[in-house]
Every structure is written in structure tokens, then in C-alpha cells.
Design a protein around this ligand. Structure first.
Ligand code: DX5
Ligand code: ZN
Length: 223
């Protein structure tokens, strides 16, 4: 049951004037996390599809698009069609998550469902059969550099249990406040994809930071 940790640096903490170079600095990451915010679903605004398309053309790392937007069904397929590896929408913003998953997959990407810290996993168990990724937020979405909310760990444990017992088949991704310390707790609880913004781009050497995070997660998974 060996799981391989996947590290997904978040561009939210990168230098926005140099996105191509910033993607190259994390070339050995598994996914490059691209946080789309619309100023409505979350109180912050970042970048959207045209920027993603420009980055997609040059990034050595597959893009993991996290849409923190209202009406995600309208936009999510465009990110898939543009070549994203994974496109994640928020459960709280979807009226019909299954339809959105279908459209994302039809566009050629993996489909992800994100849950805010207070959103219950059990409410979405049926729907999650149509998804490839479950993104469990370990901070309130909207900003980088916040502290990891440990109270969310039981939700990660429950998700891992459901995957290990064959009830679900998906990546369990955590996002928010993941650093050298908290990654061990998240990995031990059962996450296998780790988003890290400030812990990677805030480091002097992002490549080294990725290697260190990967090693810590791997040790916690086997330990
Ligand atoms: C927050 C974003 C995160 C953010 C994580 O709403 O979804 O992806 O970039 O940043 P850190 O790792 O600094 O908490
Ligand atoms: Zn994110």
C-alpha cells in the first residue's frame, strides 16, 4: 500500500512578473498549483484562463488548477481543454458537481472537488465517485501564508479510509499551511498530494524545499 507523495508548489507565492521562470524553478515538482480567485467566492482576486493558457505553453510541470470561483461549471472545462492535468472546483460553489466533473473529464483533465475546512465530507460521498481528486482545504481559501488548521485532519483520515477500503478511488490533496512540520501530520493522516506555496517559493532554494517536503512526507507515510 505504498503511496508516493506528490508535491504541488502554489504559484500564489511566486513572483507574478516571472511566471515562466518560477515554473522552471520547481521543475521537479509533480503538479504546479494554480490558484484562480474571482473576488466573489473568496475575497481575493488572482489570475484566470488567459494567464493559465500562457503558462501551460511553457511550464515543465503539469498544472493543477484550483478554481476558487462562483459558477465554476462555466469556466472549469476551459482549463481542462487548455491542457491542465487536474481541475478542481469547490463543492460549495457547485449546483451540480457531477456535471462539472463530467465536463472536466471530457476536456481531458482529472476532475477535483475541493472542500473548505468546515464542509463535511460525508455529504459528498456519492458525488465523489465521479472525481479523481479530493482537495481538502487546511486553511480558509483566499490567501497564502496562513496557519494549517489541525482540526481538519480527521477529514483527511476519513478520506484515506474510504480510499483504502475501496469505497473511493482518488488523490487526497491538502492545501494551506503545509510546511516541513505540518506535512508530516497530513501525510500520516493519509494525504498523498501536498500543495505548498510559501514553504516552497519562500525558500531560498525551491528545488531543495520540494525535496525536503517530499522526504518528510514519504517518511511519515511509511512510518
Ligand atoms: C489558498 C490557496 C493555497 C495557497 C497555499 O486559498 O488555495 O493554494 O497558495 O499557500 P500556503 O502554502 O502558503 O498556505
Ligand atoms: Zn489552492
Amino acid at each position: 500500500m505504498a503511496r508516493e507523495p506528490m508535491i504541488a508548489p502554489s504559484l500564489l507565492s511566486a513572483d507574478f512578473t516571472r511566471l515562466a521562470e518560477e515554473s522552471e524553478r520547481v521543475a521537479d515538482a509533480d503538479w504546479l498549483h494554480f490558484d484562480v480567485m474571482d473576488g466573489h467566492f473568496v475575497p481575493n482576486l488572482t489570475f484566470g484562463l488567459p494567464v493559465m493558457q500562457a503558462l501551460q505553453a511553457v511550464s515543465p510541470v503539469p498544472l493543477d488548477c484550483h478554481l476558487m470561483i462562483e459558477n465554476p461549471g462555466r469556466w472549469a472545462p476551459g482549463y481542462a481543454e487548455a491542457g491542465a492535468r487536474n481541475v478542481t472546483v469547490h463543492a460549495e460553489a457547485c449546483t451540480d458537481p457531477r456535471a462539472v466533473a463530467r465536463d472536466i473529464r471530457a476536456g481531458g483533465a482529472l476532475a477535483g472537488l475541493a472542500l473548505k475546512p468546515e464542509t463535511s465530507l460525508d455529504h459528498y460521498l456519492d458525488v465523489l465517485h465521479d472525481f479523481d481528486t479530493l482537495l481538502i482545504m487546511t486553511v480558509e481559501p483566499g490567501f497564502g501564508g496562513q496557519s494549517f488548521i489541525e482540526e481538519v485532519l480527521p477529514k483527511v483520515r476519513r478520506a484515506r479510509q474510504l480510499v483504502d477500503t475501496g469505497h473511493l478511488s482518488l488523490f487526497v490533496e491538502v492545501d494551506g499551511g503545509v510546511n516541513g512540520d505540518t506535512i508530516e501530520q497530513a501525510a500520516e493522516a493519509g494525504a498523498d498530494v501536498f500543495v505548498a506555496g510559501s514553504a516552497v517559493y519562500g525558500a531560498d532554494d525551491p528545488a531543495k524545499a520540494i525535496a525536503a517536503l517530499r522526504a518528510r512526507a514519504a517518511a511519515a507515510m511509511t512510518g
